[in-house]
Design a protein around this ligand. Structure first.
Ligand code: SF4
Length: 372
């Protein structure tokens, strides 16, 4: 009974602290309005931007978004593009499962939805790579649906404003955050008065999380929610949201062969699943083999082998130390790379290949040092 009363009280407090109205008027005055995917209700463009923006900053997304649209102007063009083209357009943006799902989603829209995206969050959620928050964002922007978003930035804003304790990545806290997020969406009567309120509200949450209620040192003095923000009043903005419990990441290492001959570099096409799936990369070998044996195992006949300085690349779930080796190959014979396709690629044609960011950086460094 006590718990029931307490939850009623909390629900009541949250009702009286509704953030929609101040957020909407702030967004209209101070929010972002000039991003390339705004001023449109085309689900294809909004979906593309939402997928690219997952875990990625706006400034990094803009050039990718524009290049993508120039090459694949609509969902039909994306669906019929070869997957290697799609991956090449995504290369460098990271989290490559997004690109594979993007392509699969475009094909599902053409195959199962007659080329038109579903017009509500429930339908959008059935498509590859579209989770509940992304579906809600597309539905709110394109179809004015009363659907709540809950990405990382929004979790931070809500955890602070409503003083929600606990690790936001745990199921219990995430469930609580979803309840709060759903309780805050503009009311039906607000939407009747202002048909574009859902779009302003959703964009407002995103803008506030990205530009005001940042991870470090939130700019509370300029925040439209300051009057009702519990973390601000209690001086707890630094401690909320709780940091996620971090486990030490496993360490791995791999040798990577930058094998060249006659202004050509040997690339392998990685399998669709797994790290850097569907991208082109350099042949790899087990570091414990040593460079000469690694070369032989990779099927490359070397004239000269030059080990280079190792460097670290951090994935979300492990840390990879890459040991690059520069190899001058005797011939342009293609090694046996099993199921993986391999190809000698002109150095000047590398820009058109989808390469993982650390591999591209390695190759650029070798070219800058005139080693390639
Ligand atoms: S007042 Fe500060 S902590 Fe609270 S929502 Fe605004 S920026 Fe975030």
């Amino acid at each position: 009974m006590v718990i029931f009363r307490l939850s009623l009280m909390v629900a009541g407090i949250i009702d009286t602290m509704n953030i929609a109205a101040p957020l909407i008027s702030w967004q209209r005055q101070h929010g972002r309005h000039g991003l390339p995917w705004q001023q449109t209700r085309d689900p294809y463009r909004v979906w593309l931007s939402e997928i690219m923006l997952q875990q990625t900053q706006v400034s990094a997304v803009i050039p990718y978004y524009e290049r993508f649209l120039a090459s694949f102007p609509d969902v039909a063009a994306l669906a019929r593009a070869p997957s290697q083209d799609v991956m090449a357009h995504w290369a460098g943006l990271g989290y490559y499962a997004r690109a594979r799902n993007l392509h699969a989603c475009a094909q599902a829209v053409m195959r199962d939805w007659s080329g038109a995206f579903p017009s509500d969050a429930a339908g959008l959620c059935t498509l590859p790579g579209i989770g509940p928050s992304t579906a809600a964002a597309i539905a709110a922007f394109c179809f004015a649906e009363r659907a709540a978003i809950l990405d990382g930035n929004v979790k931070r804003v809500l955890a602070r404003h409503f003083a929600i304790d606990g690790d936001p990545t745990t199921r219990a806290v995430e469930t609580r955050l979803w309840e709060v997020a759903r309780a805050q969406v503009p009311t039906q009567s607000m939407l009747r008065r202002e048909p574009d309120a859902m779009s302003s509200y959703t964009q407002g949450l995103m803008d506030l999380g990205a530009t005001v209620c940042g991870r470090a040192r939130p700019r509370c003095e300029t925040c439209p929610l300051q009057k009702t923000c519990i973390a601000f009043k209690a001086g707890r903005t630094e401690e909320l949201p709780w940091p996620r419990a971090r486990k030490a990441l496993p360490e791995r290492s791999i040798g990577m062969l930058a094998a060249w001959h006659d202004d050509k570099l040997l690339l392998v096409h990685r399998p669709a699943n797994g790290i850097w799936g569907g991208l082109w990369s350099l042949p790899e070998f087990e570091v414990s083999l040593g460079t000469a044996a690694g070369c032989r195992k990779a099927g490359i006949d070397p004239v000269e082998i030059q080990p280079l300085a190792a460097f670290l690349h951090t994935f979300t779930h492990y840390r990879l130390t890459i040991h690059p080796v520069l190899v001058q190959a005797k011939t342009l014979a293609l090694p046996d790379t099993g199921a993986m396709q391999s190809e000698w690629v002109e150095l000047k044609a590398l820009a058109g290949r989808g390469l993982p960011a650390p591999v591209r950086k390695l190759i650029s460094g070798l070219q800058a040092d005139a080693l390639l």
